[in-house]
Design a protein around this ligand. Structure first.
Ligand code: SAJ
Length: 403
C-alpha cells in the first residue's frame, strides 16, 4: 500500500516516518516549498527528540520520499493545521487548510482509495471533507472511503506516543474503519485501536484536550483564590490530591500550544448555549497571563527602572514551541508597558525572541533585578539554587517551593 501524507508538520512528518519504518511506501507532501527543500536535504524543520535520526533511517530504507507535487496513492492522510479565527468576537475553526487539502486529493482520487483525516476538527468535518472529495473528484462517495483518525501525540514524546497511545478511528462506513485499522495496526504496536463513527471520533479528540483544559482552569482559578487567601496553591493541590479520587492539575502561567488553547473552541463554536464550563475554562486560562502581569506590576510598585528576567518563553517545559505561549504574552505585555524585560529560553538558540533579549541563565541572573518563573525547564530545575538566591517577583509554577 502506498500512503501519501498531506502536511509535513508536527504530526504529518513523524507519522510518515513511522509508517515508512513499518515498511509502507510513504510519500510526504507539503505545499510549503521550503519545508520540502529542507527535507530533501535530509534535514527536518521541527524540533522533536530523536526525529532527525528516525528521518534519516526512513530515508535510507528507501520507503520514504518527499515531494511538492501530489501524486496518486492508495491511502491519503490529511495532517494539516486547523487554527482558529475570530468571527464577531467568537473563535471558530479555520478549516481552509482541510478544505484545500481535500480539493488537492480530489484531483488524484481513484475508486477504492481511503482518505484519512488526522487533523483536529469540529464535529461533522469528516462529512464536509467527504462532500469536497465527492464534488471535486467526480466520484460518488460510495466509490471511495473516508475516516477520521485523530492524532493524540504529545509534542516532545511524539515517536514514543505514536507507537504506544491507543487510537480511535471513526467512519461512516464499516469498510473504511476496518481498512484504516489494518494500516494503523502496523504502527500502533503497543496500543489498542477502537472503531466508532466519525462524529464520535471527532468529539473524542476535542473532549480529551478540553478535559485537560478544564482541569487546568480549575487549578488556575484556585491559584487566584489562594493568592487572595494568602496560602500556597501548590501545597493545597498536593494535599487535596492525596484523596483517592482527586487529581487536580498544576496551575501555571496560562495554557498555551496549538491544542488545548484551540480545540475547546471547536465545541463552543457549535454549542454556544450548552458549552458553558468549556467556554469559562478557556476564558480563565486565557486570563491567567494578564493576572500575572497585574501581580508583577503591583509587586514592583509600577517602578519601570528595575530589570525583569522571564524564565521560560516556550508554551511548556523543554520544548522550543512558542505557539499561543502564555509566557511570551507576559513578556510582551510587560515590554509594551515599558518595563525592562529580558528572558532566558534555553531551547531557542537566538539572542532575541520576538524583540525580547534572550540570555543564558547565568547572564540573565547576573543582569536582572527580579525574575518571573514561568516554566520548569530542566535547566532551571538543575540550577534552582542559583535561581533561589535571586529576588523573585513571581513564581507562577511553584518551582522554588518544589525543589
Ligand atoms: N499545563 C498546565 N498545567 C498542567 C499541564 C499543562 O498549565 O498541569 C499547560 C502547559 O504548560 C501548556 C498547556 O498546558 O501551556 C498544554 O500542554 P500539555 O502538555 O497539556 O499538552 P500539549 O498541548 O502539548 O498536547 C496536548 C495533549 N493532549 C492531552 O494530553 C489530552 C496531546 O496528547 C495531544 O495530542 C495534543 O494536545 C494535540 O495535538 O492535540
Amino acid at each position: 500500500l502506498k500512503i501519501t501524507i498531506i502536511g509535513m508538520g508536527y504530526i504529518g512528518l513523524p507519522t510518515g516516518i513511522t509508517f515508512a519504518r513499518a515498511g509502507f511506501k510513504v510519500v510526504g507532501f507539503d505545499i510549503n516549498k521550503n519545508v520540502i527543500e529542507t527535507l530533501k536535504l535530509g534535514k527536518i524543520h521541527i524540533v522533536e527528540p530523536d526525529l532527525q535520526e528516525a528521518y534519516e533511517e526512513a530515508l535510507q530504507s528507501g520507503n520514504l520520499k518527499v515531494t511538492a507535487k501530489l501524486e496518486k496513492s492508495d491511502v491519503y492522510i490529511i495532517a494539516v493545521p486547523t487554527p482558529f479565527k475570530k468571527n464577531e468576537n467568537k473563535k471558530i475553526a479555520d478549516l481552509s487548510y482541510v478544505e484545500s487539502a481535500s480539493k488537492m486529493v480530489a484531483e488524484v482520487l481513484e475508486p477504492g482509495n481511503l482518505v484519512i483525516l488526522e487533523s483536529t476538527v469540529p464535529p461533522k468535518t469528516t462529512k464536509i471533507m467527504t462532500d469536497i472529495l465527492e464534488e471535486n473528484s467526480g466520484l460518488s462517495r460510495d466509490k471511495f472511503l473516508t475516516c477520521h483518525c485523530p492524532e493524540r501525540v504529545l509534542p516532545g514524546k511524539i515517536l514514543y506516543e505514536l507507537e504506544h497511545n491507543d487510537r480511535i478511528i471513526g467512519a461512516e462506513k464499516k469498510e473504511a474503519g476496518n481498512l484504516a485499522k489494518e494500516i494503523y495496526k502496523e504502527i500502533v504496536k503497543k496500543g489498542e485501536i477502537y472503531i466508532t463513527d466519525d462524529i464520535t471520533a471527532e468529539m473524542a479528540k476535542l473532549v480529551e484536550n478540553t478535559y485537560r483544559d478544564v482541569n487546568i482552569a480549575f487549578a488556575n482559578e484556585l491559584s487566584v483564590i489562594c493568592d487572595k487567601l494568602g496560602i500556597n496553591v501548590f501545597e493545597l493541590i498536593k494535599l487535596s490530591n492525596k484523596h483517592p479520587r482527586v487529581n487536580i492539575l498544576t496551575p501555571g502561567a496560562g495554557v498555551g500550544g496549538h491544542c488545548l488553547a484551540v480545540d475547546p473552541w471547536f465545541i463552543v463554536e457549535q454549542f454556544q448555549q450548552e458549552a458553558n464550563v468549556i467556554r469559562e475554562a478557556r476564558l480563565i486560562n486565557d486570563y491567567k497571563p494578564q493576572w500575572i502581569v497585574d501581580k508583577v506590576e503591583k509587586e514592583l510598585d509600577f517602578n519601570k527602572n528595575k530589570k525583569i528576567g522571564i524564565l521560560g518563553l516556550a508554551y511548556k517545559p523543554d520544548i522550543d514551541d512558542l505557539r499561543e505561549s502564555p509566557s511570551m504574552e507576559i513578556a510582551l505585555t510587560l515590554k509594551e508597558k515599558d518595563y525592562d524585560i529580558y528572558a532566558c529560553e534555553p531551547n531557542i538558540i537566538s539572542n532575541e525572541i520576538n524583540g525580547i533579549k534572550n540570555l543564558s541563565l547565568e547572564n540573565l541572573l547576573n543582569k536582572v533585578d527580579y525574575i518571573v518563573i514561568t516554566l520548569a525547564h530542566k535547566e532551571f530545575i538543575e540550577n534552582i539554587d542559583k535561581i533561589k538566591r535571586k529576588s523573585y517577583i513571581f513564581d507562577c509554577i511553584g518551582l522554588t517551593k518544589k525543589f
